[in-house]
Design a protein around this ligand. Structure first.
Ligand code: NAD
Length: 416
C-alpha cells in the first residue's frame, strides 16, 4: 500500500509507510468498538420501569477524502463507520486511486460482505451525487475549506449529518529558552516532510524575542542537507509535488511572498532534479520576517515553504495564532513548564503539541480542528467518531404485572 501511495502521490516510501501505520491504529480501535457502543442503563427509573440507551447504525454513510493521505485519512473514517454497523460509500481523491482500490480489495478478501464498502471514483459530480442522495445519512469530508463548506451546507440542507475537516495554516511558537537543536529538527521535519503537503505541517515558526537569531542558522544547516528526489529512492527526504499545477501555484505563492516584502532566505524554485529534470520537484524554501498582514501568513499554500515570524513576547505570539482564521494544529517549543501550561489553556486551536511538532494523537483518540479548519460539531475517530456514526436510542421499558394496570389515564406520565 505504501508503494502505491508513493507512486500516486510522490511522498517518500518511509513516509507513506508511516501514514499506513497511523491508519492501522484506528482500524485497531474500530476492532474493539463493541465496548464503545455499550449503552447506559438506569434500572427502576420509575416503578417497574427501566431506562437505557442503545447506539444503532445510521444506514448508508459516506467518506470524501483528499489526495494527501490516501490511506491514513480514510482509515480514520470508514473503519469506525463500518464497525458501528453502517455501510460506506467512499469517494477518494482521483489523484491517488491505488491505495483506495487496494483497501477495497482487502476488505473483500477479509470477507466483508458485498455492498458494505463501496469505492466511487470521480470529481465534482460524484461528490454532488453523494451530497444530494436521499439514502445517505451521514458524510465525513476531509479536504479544502471551500469544498468542505459546500459539502457541509448542501449535505445538511439535504438532511444529513456532516463533518468537514478542512484546510490549515499551522504555527509553532518558539520561546527563547527552547532546546534549539530539537526545535530546528522539529521545524524542518514538520515544515518539509511530505513536501509540506500535510494538513498538520507547521508552516509558520513564530519565534519570540531573540529565538529567531539562534534558530535560523540551525534551520539553514538542516535545509542544506535535505535530499529531494523520487519517493522510492532510498535516502530521499522530499519527493515531488503531487501535480504540475500545484507546483506552478506554489511558485506563484513564493513570488507573492517576495513581492509582499518577506525575506526569501532559501529559494527552492530553481531546483531541477539531475536525472528527472521534467519531474514536479521543488526545493525547500524559507522565508524570514513574515508578518501577519501578508497573504503568505494568512493563506494555506500546502507546500515546502516555511516562514519565520518574529514576535516580541509570548502574548503577541499566542495572539497571532488565536487571530488566525485557521485552527487545526499548533505547538510550543520551550523548557518552561509554566509557559507550556499557559499555552495549552490559552491557545484557541484544538490539536496542541508541547515540544511535539505534528500533534496527531493516537488512533483511538478523536481528531479535528476548529474555525475554518473544521465545519461541524464533532471530531472524527475515537468517541466522537462513534457518536457521529451512530443513532442513539433512548428506551423506556415496562413489563407490567396485569394486576397493577390501573384505569386508562391521559395525564402526562410522571415517574411515580
Ligand atoms: P480538495 O478539497 O481539492 O479535495 C477533497 C475531495 O473533494 C476529493 O475527493 C476531491 O475529489 C473532491 N473535490 C475537489 N474539488 C471538488 C469540487 N469542486 N466539488 C466537489 N468535490 C470536489 O482537497 P485536496 O487538494 O485533495 O486536499 C488538500 C486539502 O485537504 C488541504 O486544504 C488540506 O489542509 C486538507 N486536509 C485537511 C485535513 C484535516 O484533517 N483537516 C487532513 C488532510 C487534508
Amino acid at each position: 500500500m505504501a508503494a502505491l501511495i508513493t507512486r500516486d502521490h510522490g511522498k517518500t516510501l518511509p513516509d507513506a509507510l508511516g501514514e499506513v501505520l497511523r491508519g492501522l491504529e484506528t482500524i485497531d480501535f474500530a476492532c474493539g468498538l463493541p465496548s464503545h457502543l455499550a449503552g447506559m442503563m438506569t434500572p427502576s427509573v420509575a416503578t417497574n420501569v427501566d431506562a437505557f440507551t442503545l447506539r444503532g447504525p445510521l444506514g448508508v454513510t459516506a467518506a470524501i477524502t483528499p489526495f494527501n493521505f490516501p490511506a491514513m485519512v480514510p482509515m480514520w473514517i470508514y473503519p469506525v463507520a463500518l464497525m458501528c454497523g453502517n455501510t460506506v460509500v467512499w469517494k477518494p481523491s482521483s489523484h491517488t486511486p491505488g491505495a483506495s482500490q487496494l483497501q477495497a480489495e482487502l476488505w473483500k478478501e477479509a470477507g466483508g460482505p458485498d455492498g458494505t464498502f463501496n469505492v466511487v471514483y470521480g470529481g465534482r459530480e460524484a461528490v454532488a451525487s453523494i451530497v444530494e442522495h436521499p439514502d445517505i445519512r451521514a458524510i465525513q469530508f476531509v479536504g479544502s475549506t471551500a469544498v468542505g463548506r459546500y459539502v457541509f451546507e448542501e449535505g445538511t440542507r439535504h438532511g444529513k449529518r456532516v463533518g468537514s475537516f478542512t484546510s490549515a495554516k499551522n504555527a509553532m511558537i518558539v520561546l527563547p529558552d527552547a532546546d534549539m537543536e530539537m526545535t530546528a529538527d522539529a521545524a524542518v521535519a514538520s515544515g518539509y516532510g511530505s513536501a509540506g503537503e500535510r494538513c498538520m505541517a507547521q508552516t509558520l515558526v513564530i519565534a519570540v524575542d531573540d529565538a529567531a537569531e539562534r534558530l535560523r542558522p540551525r534551520i539553514l544547516e538542516r535545509i542544506a542537507r535535505l535530499r529531494v528526489g523520487p519517493g522510492m529512492e532510498p535516502g530521499v527526504d522530499m519527493g515531488p509535488i503531487y501535480t504540475r499545477e500545484h507546483r506552478a501555484s506554489i511558485i506563484g505563492w513564493i513570488d507573492k511572498g517576495v513581492a509582499e516584502g518577506a525575506e526569501l532566505v532559501v529559494d527552492g524554485r530553481p531546483f531541477v532534479h539531475p536525472t528527472s529534470p521534467g519531474g514536479f520537484f521543488l526545493g525547500a524554501s524559507l522565508f524570514d520576517h513574515v508578518t501577519p498582514d501578508m497573504q503568505i501568513f494568512r493563506e494555506e499554500i500546502f507546500c515546502p515553504v516555511l516562514g519565520i515570524v518574529r514576535a516580541r513576547t509570548y502574548e503577541e505570539a499566542v495572539g497571532l495564532i488565536n487571530g488566525h482564521k485557521y485552527a487545526n494544529g499548533t505547538a510550543i517549543f520551550t523548557t518552561d513548564g509554566g509557559a507550556a501550561r499557559r499555552f495549552k489553556l490559552e491557545v484557541d486551536v484544538p490539536m496542541i503539541g508541547i515540544n511535539v511538532p505534528i500533534p496527531v494523537p493516537a488512533g483511538y483518540l478523536s481528531f479535528g480542528g476548529a474555525k475554518e479548519s473544521a465545519i461541524g460539531d464533532l471530531a472524527m475517530r475515537g468517541e466522537d467518531g462513534v457518536r457521529f456514526f451512530t443513532q442513539q436510542k433512548m428506551v423506556t421499558e415496562r413489563w407490567p404485572e396485569p394486576s397493577r394496570t390501573g384505569p386508562l389515564s391521559l395525564v402526562f406520565p410522571g415517574n411515580g
